[in-house]
Write a protein that binds this ligand. Structure first.
Ligand SMILES: [Zn+2]
Ligand SMILES: [Zn+2]
Length: 379
């Protein structure tokens, strides 16, 4: 169908038009998709829009597996469209640039995080917080790209991606590229609230949930000079927490560990993606302390606050935070590479059954700490 259209155009307008028409062709690509809720990963061929004047075409090298990907595949956060190619921790190489592109050249490393578009004009966008766009940020997958013919977006477990250069992150040539992908979600999701809370040297900081997000939170808080306490539900990660610079590890299933923690923390970052006792953490905040929440459990499994205790304890604050804007994501990336802060990754080949296995391990809390798929191995 597309070929015959081009032939007609060529007949009418000649070769110059053919060249333009070819540039406007969608980019055929392939990836790993699930075809139903909780489905298995299988190869999937699909198209992305043509490279526009301000777009770059990225050949994907690595894609991280985020716990959010599991929530989407499991439809924990509402209705989902299938087939779905997850993945919003993406790094690759620029292979093509639109004629208006100024930030990237062919051969550069580029990254994509959780969003690929926004209105750019609302208050949130004007303040570099595109993730809170009043018209809705366009997500990297499970989104509708209203600026590209309402394309249903598909994520980074794939060969390539076409994205507006303003929503791509520059990655220095000397970065440890196989470890960069998780910075684009796990990194910024923890960096942003830590900065928002104003964490500084000597602060008593708690990081609740010591997985993909939590371990990045520990690294940033330690780098800022905070005294860090890690909370998780297992003994298996105690040594890892101390190795990463934490001063204390609390296994919340061990009552001994929980002693003497009331009114202790100026900031607790909560990354837990399942139900938990939020009131226990509120009680640990000291006067004027803050609880930042980034972990989002399934809608059917949310913690709830005891308002009586929250009011009686008083003068503590709770805030929510979702990823970070593009400006701050670039700042986080530069900071991380400069200070040698990277996630701890386990790299797997882009094989459906290996991704299925990785998902089960994430669900069981067995991964230390982030799976990254080597997309170059996709057959
Ligand atoms: Zn994520
Ligand atoms: Zn906006």
């Amino acid at each position: 169908m597309k070929i015959s259209k081009n032939l007609i155009i060529m007949g009418l307008f000649g070769l110059a038009t053919l060249a333009t028409a070819q540039n406007k062709e969608p980019n055929q690509t392939k990836g790993l998709a699930v075809f139903e809720k909780k489905g298995k990963f299988q190869p999937y061929e699909f198209a992305r829009h043509a490279v526009g004047d301000n777009d770059i075409h990225i050949e994907i090298l690595y894609a991280g597996i985020c716990h959010s990907d599991l929530h989407h595949v499991h439809a924990d956060w509402g209705k989902e469209e299938f087939p779905m190619v997850p993945g919003h921790e993406i790094v690759g190489r620029v292979v093509k640039t639109g004629k208006g592109v100024t930030k990237f050249k062919i051969g550069d490393y580029a990254g994509i995080g959780c969003m690929i578009g926004s209105c750019r004009t609302c208050e949130a966008c004007k303040h570099d917080h595109e993730q809170y766009c009043e018209k809705g940020a366009i997500m990297t997958y499970h989104g509708i790209d209203r600026y590209n013919n309402n394309e249903h977006t598909q994520g980074g477990y794939s060969k390539d991606y076409v994205v507006a250069e303003d929503f791509a992150i520059k990655i220095p040539a000397d970065a440890q590229i196989e470890k960069v992908a998780p910075l684009l979600c796990a990194g910024i999701t923890t960096y942003s609230p830590i900065m928002f809370a104003g964490v500084t040297k000597g602060d008593n900081v708690g990081i609740a949930g010591f997985g993909g997000l939590g371990h990045m939170g520990v690294k940033y808080a330690v780098a800022l000079g905070a005294d860090v306490t890690v909370f998780d539900i297992t003994e298996d990660k105690r040594q890892d927490a101390m190795r990463m610079g934490a001063k204390r590890y609390v296994n919340v299933n061990n009552p001994e560990d929980l002693k003497d923690l009331s009114n202790s923390f100026s900031f607790i970052l909560n990354t837990i993606p399942a139900n938990y006792d939020i009131n226990m953490y509120l009680k640990m905040l000291k006067y004027d302390g803050q609880l930042g929440i980034v972990g989002l459990p399934a809608f059917a499994n949310m913690p709830s606050i005891s308002l009586d205790k929250f009011i009686w304890q008083g003068n503590r604050k709770i805030f929510g935070s979702q990823i970070g804007g593009i400006r701050e994501t670039q700042e986080m990336l530069n900071y991380s590479v400069k200070n040698n802060i990277y996630p701890e990754v386990k790299i797997i080949n882009a094989d459906g059954s290996l991704v299925d296995e990785a998902y089960q391990n994430v669900l069981d809390g067995k991964v230390k700490f982030r799976y990254v798929i080597d997309m170059k191995t996709l057959k």
